[in-house]
Design a protein around this ligand. Structure first.
Ligand SMILES: Cc1cc2nc3c(=O)[nH]c(=O)nc-3n(C[C@H](O)[C@H](O)[C@H](O)COP(=O)(O)O)c2cc1C
Ligand code: SF4
Length: 443
């Protein structure tokens, strides 16, 4: 995959730019003065009635989380707001998904929308502390420094009633899961916690804790200003609003785009200049996502309900176009090896199941499969989901299972004749060279 950081298009591809509005108007990241000129200060709730009204607006807007699970944001806000005692807000800017660059792009181009959203969400749930979590990653060090300055500037301007504390966490795939963030903020390792209690019950400092993705909060900042009816003018009734999508693979202009939810995948690909080669499959959602055959997927709307009918989901807003000559089994084997190395090694499916599935996929892709592989691999994949403390094995299992069905003809070929020519081509999905989680440490 080409490095997609900030490769946003020079001209709008749709009239639905909201989070990237400033970028399209000026071609530059929005500083505080320009942000205030464009939007004015965030309409912070001042009393109980205002707080209720904000939560209701988010519910009516139908905003869903953009961090992976697409869970209704209003439900999360309400469940934290209704708990007793002061709450905590954790802003998830980790973006550990290697095929995604959308949170990084958003924090670069419109950081004050995210920070407005954080101030609003914190006020809505009665939070007395706000933590912004970023990855401890050299490539994003400059961004972290710039965000620290943006936070300080807002504070000087008296915009945020609460200080926003910035934290740099280890950049392992599972360290950005919500209970990992909570455990790290409580002084422990950035590893998922066995649940319950969930963060909304007892999270940071044992307080009710709301964990939200940065993009989710930026949408919330616009809903607070323009209302739920405005929010619903983009997208579909069952998937309202816009979403940031990182598009990569065999496309002419890979990068981050803002699109209305429900846009057919084929239209999304046309919006990035179209494809460079005939496609075999699409990966939707990221490394935890689903492979779909290209011809079946092009008309499918990019929205949770429509994708769910095919067993897929928008995940972290990722779309990868796999050319027909590439080997989907080799691509999947590389990703599974990465996911196995990045697990927290705490639960059975990650200690034993995931490494075994990754090894079987490598054998299928590049080796000489033994007679048992055809039966053993689907069986092992089926044992992964629903057995870990977090959804890491579930995501890996979805990727593996959809690879076996979407590339069924390739599976037959590999079992009978060994590796296909596509296995020798350069990878389409770039698997980052992150150190194995247990070597790097968790603090
Ligand atoms: C292994 C794993 C990794 C995750 N990584 C991220 C991430 O990098 N960023 C993110 O916002 N959510 C991530 N999530 C989802 C978070 O746990 C959490 O659901 C999310 O931050 C909630 O925000 P939202 O409701 O706004 O989507 C991850 C989940 C899992 C299981
Ligand atoms: S399922 Fe895997 S990643 Fe999740 S907590 Fe258990 S060992 Fe860690």
């Amino acid at each position: 995959m080409t490095d997609t950081t900030l490769t946003v298009p020079a001209v709008p591809t749709t009239p639905d730019h909201r989070l990237f509005r400033g970028w399209f108007e000026t071609g530059a990241p929005a500083g505080l003065a320009e942000h205030l000129d464009r939007y004015g200060p965030a309409p912070l709730p001042t009393d109980r009635r205002d707080r209720q009204a904000l939560i209701e607006a988010v519910e009516q807007a139908g905003l869903t989380g953009r961090g992976g699970a697409a869970f209704p944001t209003g439900v999360k806000l309400r469940s934290v707001a209704e708990r007793r005692g002061p709450a905590v807000l954790v802003v998830n800017g980790m973006e550990s998904e290697p095929a995604s660059r959308k949170d990084e792009a958003l924090l670069d181009l419109a950081p004050h929308l995210v920070l407005d959203g954080a101030a609003l969400a914190a006020a809505a749930v009665g939070a007395t502390a706000v933590h912004l979590c970023l990855p401890r990653d050299e490539a994003r060090a400059a961004q972290a420094a710039w965000l620290a300055e943006a936070v300080a500037e807002r504070r000087r301007a008296g915009l945020d009633p609460l200080p926003v504390e910035l934290h740099l966490l280890p950049h392992h795939y599972v360290s950005s899961e919500e209970s990992s963030l909570v455990q790290w903020l409580n002084g422990g390792p950035a590893r998922p916690l066995a649940t319950p209690p969930r963060p909304f019950e007892k999270g940071v400092a044992r307080r009710p804790t709301l964990v939200d993705n940065v993009e989710t909060l930026a949408h919330l900042a616009l809903i607070a200003r323009y209302g739920p009816a405005w929010f619903r003018t983009a997208g579909r009734p069952d998937a309202p609003g816009t979403a940031l999508v990182t598009v990569s693979g065999a496309v002419r202009e890979p990068g981050v785009r803002e699109v209305p939810l429900g846009m057919p995948l084929g239209t999304l690909l046309a919006g990035v200049g179209g494809t460079t080669r005939p496609l075999g499959a699409l990966l939707v959602g990221g490394f935890f996502g689903s492979w779909l055959p290209a011809e079946q997927a092009l008309r499918v709307p990019f929205a949770k309900p429509a994708l769910a009918e095919l067993g897929a989901g928008p995940g972290a807003g990722v779309l990868v176009a796999l050319p027909a000559q590439a080997c989907g089994l080799a691509e999947t084997a590389r990703v599974l090896r990465f996911l196995a190395a990045q697990s927290a090694q705490q639960c059975g499916p990650c200690r034993f199941g995931l490494p075994a599935v990754a090894a079987d996929f490598e054998l299928l892709a590049w080796g000489t499969p033994d007679g048992e592989l055809a039966r053993r691999l689907p069986h092992r994949v089926g044992l992964l989901a629903g057995r870990g403390a977090c959804r890491h094995p579930d995501g890996a299992s979805r990727l593996a299972a959809t690879a076996l069905s979407t590339f069924a003809a390739d599976v037959e070929h590999h079992l009978l004749a060994g590796p296909c020519p596509g296995t020798a081509l350069p990878p389409v999905l770039v698997v980052p060279d992150r150190p194995a989680a247990d070597q790097e440490g968790w603090r």
